[in-house]
Design a protein around this ligand. Structure first.
Ligand SMILES: *Cc1c(COP(=O)(O)O)cnc(C)c1O
Length: 430
C-alpha cells in the first residue's frame, strides 16, 4: 500500500503541530507506524492522500452514524452557509434543535448548546456544583469526559486516595476535588461518598463505557447510582457524548431505563461539525446564566452550520428508527464473525457489544472495569490493527477504543472486513 504522500505530510506536520496532529490518538502512537492523512470520505469509505480506500470503523470517532458526506446533511450545511456562517444572535435553528431533543429524550427539560463534548462535561459539573453548593465530583477510572482539568485525574492506589494529577498542568487544587471510583463497582462509589460526607456535587459516568473499549454497565449498576444520588442529593450526570443517539435515539438512558439529572452530548448531535450540549432537569438547568448565576457562554455556540447539520442528522434518525435495527444486525454480524475467527485460531479474547459499539479485548473475560480492560494484549492489538489497515480496513488506532460502525456499511463491506480479519489473524498466528 502506497503511503508516500501521507508520510511527507506527517513530516511537514510534525514541524508545525505538536506531534503532527490536533488530537493525540490520531498520531498512531499506541500502534506504531505513520498516520494516514485523509483527503475525503463518502459513505462507509475513507480515501487517503495516496489514493488508498479504507472501510471506516472510526466514523470521526462517533459522529458519522449515517456514513460520510450524507447528501441531506451536506445540502443543509451548504444552504445555511449561503446565509452566513455565524451571527452571535439567536436563531430558529437553535430553537428547533432544543425542541426536538427535549420532546424526544426522557428527563431533558432544557438544553444548552456548546462547541464540543469537553465543553459539555465541563459545564455540566460546574452547574452541578452551583446547584448543590458542593465541591467534589466522582468519576470512574477508564471513563473519558474530554480534556477538562477536572477529568484528567487518575485515582491513587487505594479507592479512598485523593486524586493526583495525571496530566502536568492540572493543579493539586483541582485534583483534590476529583475522586475516582471503579466502573461497575457500586461499593467503591459508596466508600467515596461516605468518606466525603456532604461534599459530593456530582457523579459523572459514561453509562456505557466506550473509551476503554466497550464496557457495558453490569445489571443494576446504573439503578444503584440513581438510588445513591437521590439519597445523598448528588447530581447524576450521564456523559452520552458517545452513546447519545447511537445506542438508541434516546441513548443509554432509554436502553437501561435510568434517567439522569443531567446528560451531556457531542459527536452525533453535530453530524461532524463541532457541537456539544448539556441538558436535563429544569430546576438544575435554570441555574445556568442568564436565568441563573452559573456562568457559561460561547461566541460560536449554537452555530448555524452546526445546528443545520445536527438537526438534519437527528431528524433523519428520529424519522427512521429502522436505522437502529439495521445497525444492530450489521454490528452483530461483525462481532460474531470476528469472534468465530478468534475462536478458530485459539486466541484468548473477550468481546463486549452494545448495539453498534463493539469492544474486543485480547485477554480472559469478562471485562467489566478499567483494570480488566488494561489486561488486553496491546502488542497483538497493534499487529491486528496494521494487518487490517494494509488490507483496507481502518480500525481505531488504540486498544482502548470501541469500533464505531456506520449504517453506510453494506453487506459486502462486512464480508470484506471479516475476510480481512481472517487473513490478518492467520498471518499473525502463522
Ligand atoms: C469524545 C468524548 C468526549 C469529548 O468530546 P470532545 O468533542 O472530543 O471534546 C467526552 N465524553 C465522551 C464519553 C466522549 O466519548
Amino acid at each position: 500500500m502506497e503511503n508516500t504522500n501521507s508520510k511527507a505530510l506527517f513530516e511537514r506536520a510534525q514541524k508545525v503541530i505538536p506531534g503532527g496532529v490536533n488530537s493525540p490518538v490520531r498520531a498512531f502512537n499506541s500502534v506504531g507506524g505513520s498516520p494516514v492523512f485523509i483527503k475525503r470520505a463518502e459513505g462507509a469509505y475513507l480515501f487517503d492522500e495516496d489514493g488508498n480506500k479504507y472501510i471506516d470503523f472510526i466514523g470521526s470517532w462517533g459522529p458519522m452514524l449515517l456514513g460520510h458526506a450524507d447528501p441531506d446533511i451536506v445540502d443543509a450545511v451548504r444552504e445555511t452557509a449561503l446565509g452566513s456562517t455565524s451571527f452571535g444572535a439567536p436563531t430558529q435553528l437553535e430553537v428547533e434543535m432544543a425542541e426536538l431533543i427535549t420532546s424526544s429524550v426522557q428527563g431533558i427539560d432544557k438544553i444548552r448548546m456548546v462547541n464540543s463534548g469537553t465543553e459539555a462535561t465541563m459545564s455540566a459539573i460546574r452547574v452541578a456544583r452551583g446547584f448543590t453548593g458542593k465541591n467534589k465530583v466522582i468519576k470512574f477510572k477508564g471513563c473519558y469526559h474530554g480534556h477538562g482539568d477536572s477529568f484528567l485525574i487518575e485515582a491513587g492506589s487505594g479507592a479512598l486516595t485523593m486524586g493526583q494529577p495525571s496530566s502536568p498542568g492540572v493543579t493539586e487544587g483541582t485534583a483534590k476535588d476529583t475522586l475516582n471510583a471503579d466502573y461497575n463497582d457500586i461499593n467503591s462509589v459508596k466508600e467515596l461518598v461516605e468518606a466525603n460526607s456532604d461534599d459530593i456535587a456530582a457523579i459523572i459516568l459514561e453509562p456505557i463505557a466506550g473509551n476503554m473499549g466497550c464496557i457495558p454497565p453490569v445489571n443494576g449498576f446504573l439503578q444503584d447510582l440513581r438510588t445513591l444520588c437521590d439519597k445523598q442529593n448528588i447530581v447524576l450526570i450521564f456523559d452520552e457524548v458517545m452513546t447519545g443517539f447511537r445506542v438508541d435515539f434516546e441513548g443509554a438512558q432509554k436502553v437501561y431505563g435510568v434517567t439522569a439529572d443531567l446528560v451531556t452530548y457531542g459527536k452525533i448531535i453535530g453530524a461532524g461539525l463541532p457541537v456539544g450540549a448539556y441538558g436535563g432537569k429544569k430546576e438544575i438547568m435554570e441555574y445556568v446564566a442568564p436565568t441563573g448565576p452559573v456562568y457559561q457562554a460561547g461566541t460560536l455556540s449554537g452555530n448555524p452550520l452546526a445546528m443545520a447539520a445536527g438537526l438534519t442528522m437527528l431528524k433523519k434518525l428520529k424519522n427512521n428508527p429502522g436505522v437502529y435495527e439495521d445497525l444492530e444486525r450489521k454490528s452483530a454480524r461483525i462481532a460474531e464473525g470476528m469472534t468465530k475467527t478468534l475462536e478458530a485460531h485459539g486466541i484468548t479474547f473477550s468481546a463486549n457489544r452494545v448495539g453498534s459499539m463493539i469492544g474486543l479485548f485480547y485477554c480472559e473475560g469478562p471485562v467489566t472495569s478499567f483494570a480488566d480492560a488494561n489486561r488486553t494484549d496491546k502488542e497483538l492489538f497493534s499487529k491486528i490493527f496494521h494487518g487490517m489497515l494494509k488490507r483496507g480496513v481502518y480500525l481505531p488506532p488504540s486498544p482502548f477504543e470501541a469500533f464505531f460502525l456506520s449504517n453506510a456499511l453494506s453487506d459486502e463491506d462486512i464480508e470484506f472486513t471479516l475476510n480481512a480479519f481472517e487473513e490478518t489473524i492467520e498471518e499473525i498466528v502463522g
